[in-house]
Design a protein around this ligand. Structure first.
Ligand code: MN
Ligand code: MN
Length: 464
């Protein structure tokens, strides 16, 4: 009998059926990732999947019965989903929460300039990025604009095969002597991360010679979307990588793609609540899934996990299930949460930043992280040992492959998730998500086995 903890890969003992399940789940996930390029699009995709599986808008129901499936959209950018259980809400709810915003380049409010015969959009990066990774790659533009009449216009350029793309033209090495002497933090000036959007002069109009390329872009935008320059101030437009999600390696074991932090957990969360509801004869505890915005900038704002919109959603559930007068704090106090967010996988050429025994290896399962934060557990959400025991028990009983992880060596950095916000409400919560290489880069890497295991883990948690 051996009493040591041994990390095992998932796949070596997999049957053909388990392999097939992994591959088919991975393909539908990759398809989701290609469509859900922004948080708005992630919400749209999730709603389509939910509606195809019997979920309806919460507003359509005044009274909620056990088994009912509902969703609530918060300002187009975050989504709360529930399957009503037969037990009272005050006995607690099983919650899985992920985020759907990813690092990217947002447009400045007045973005369009012309320099040296090119029209450029000035950008401001969103989330923690290594800026050089975003230079000289193809970029697609997504988002919404509003015109003077207050009509919403959707923008998506770079998605179709015959669409143009955009790019930031990095400085050539031949002339980069001064730049290359700078520290990595400084050598890309974020004010220079302007994206090329045009190069041809307008033949019409009275604009100055030095503004004819800009004029031409405004003409094209007016013709295509009916907008004027001032309308950029009432828009949310973002550049994201223009390449599609792919398998990586001769053996196709890994998945490469943009936005896996945290849409890999978001997709798993949505699929898990649907399939858990389908597979259970009687849903006892109410299940909640949520996919929220603004995690990458600290969970501030109306569509973030910190927004009281979630409290409002829970209030509506209390009201509509006939539990008027129940304090939502009591519901939270008895609830269990998986904070569904990715973590750092051990990077093969940078093993030195990970504590290997406390790190997550790609292909060895979903990572369970007792705490996040940095340094002396600053800003950490630290799960209670009894709750770790609960979650590990559920996983052990259901053959969920998990590994015990931390984000990296102490002092090398750190990070947080939405866990602390749920902890603040009084819920039991632990971080639990997919290990990722090259996190926050334009092409993040996961193992397809961990991707599938993430879904199985969340589904198992819901079933309890
Ligand atoms: Mn994340
Ligand atoms: Mn992140």
């Amino acid at each position: 009998m051996s009493y040591n903890y041994e990390k095992k890969d998932i796949y070596s003992n997999y049957s053909q059926e388990e392999l097939d399940n992994t591959n088919s789940y991975s393909k539908s996930y990759m398809n989701f990732l290609d469509k859900a390029r922004t948080e708005r699009l992630a919400v749209e995709e999730a709603i389509e999947i939910l509606e195809n599986n019997g979920f309806i808008s919460l507003e359509e129901r005044n009274v909620l019965e056990p088994g009912d499936r509902v969703y609530f959209i918060n300002k187009e950018k975050s989504l709360y989903v529930a399957v009503i259980g037969s037990k009272d809400l005050v006995s607690g709810v099983n919650i899985v929460g992920a985020h759907i915003d990813s690092p990217r380049l947002d447009l400045k409010p007045m973005p369009l300039i012309e320099k040296s015969g090119t029209a450029l959009f000035k950008t401001q990066y969103y989330g923690g990025i290594k800026k050089y990774q975003w230079m000289s790659i193809p970029l697609a533009l997504y988002g919404v604009m509003y015109n003077k009449e207050g009509e919403k216009i959707k923008v998506a350029v770079g998605e179709e095969d015959d669409d143009p793309v955009f790019t930031i033209a990095d400085l050539l090495p031949h002339l980069a002597n001064d730049q290359m002497k700078l520290k990595a933090n400084d050598f890309i000036d974020p004010e220079k991360m302007s994206v090329i959007v045009g190069s041809l002069k307008s033949k019409e109009g009275e604009s100055k010679e030095a503004e004819k390329v800009k004029q031409n872009i405004l003409n094209i935008l007016h013709e295509k979307y009916g907008v004027e320059e001032i309308d950029f101030a009432r828009s949310e437009l973002s550049f994201v990588p223009a390449f599609k999600t792919k398998f990586i390696g001769f053996d196709r074991g890994l998945i490469g793609g943009y936005g896996q932090d945290d849409r890999v957990c978001a997709y798993a969360t949505i699929r898990a609540i649907i399939d858990a509801a389908d597979e259970m004869e009687n849903v006892e505890k109410t299940m909640i899934a949520m996919i929220v915005d603004k995690e990458e900038i600290g969970s501030f704002g109306t569509t973030s996990m910190s927004s009281r919109a979630f409290d409002m959603f829970v209030n509506k559930l209390i009201e509509k299930t006939g539990n008027m007068g129940v304090d939502k704090l009591e519901v939270y106090f008895n609830s269990k949460v998986l904070s569904a967010d990715v973590t750092a996988g051990i990077s093969p050429e940078y093993e030195e930043v990970s504590d290997i025994q406390n790190g997550s290896t790609l292909g060895c399962g979903i990572s369970l992280e007792k705490y996040t934060g940095s340094g002396g557990k600053y800003n950490a959400s630290d799960a209670n040992a009894s709750y770790m025991s609960d979650v590990m028990g559920i996983f052990d009983r259901n053959n969920i492959s998990y590994q015990v992880g931390t984000l990296g060596k102490i002092g090398k950095g750190g990070g947080g998730t939405i866990a602390y916000i749920l902890a603040d409400k009084g819920c039991e919560v632990v971080d639990c998500g997919t290990p990722v290489l090259a996190m926050h880069s334009p092409f993040e890497v996961t193992s397809k086995f961990d991707v599938y295991m993430t879904y199985l883990a969340y589904k198992t948690f819901y079933k309890g």
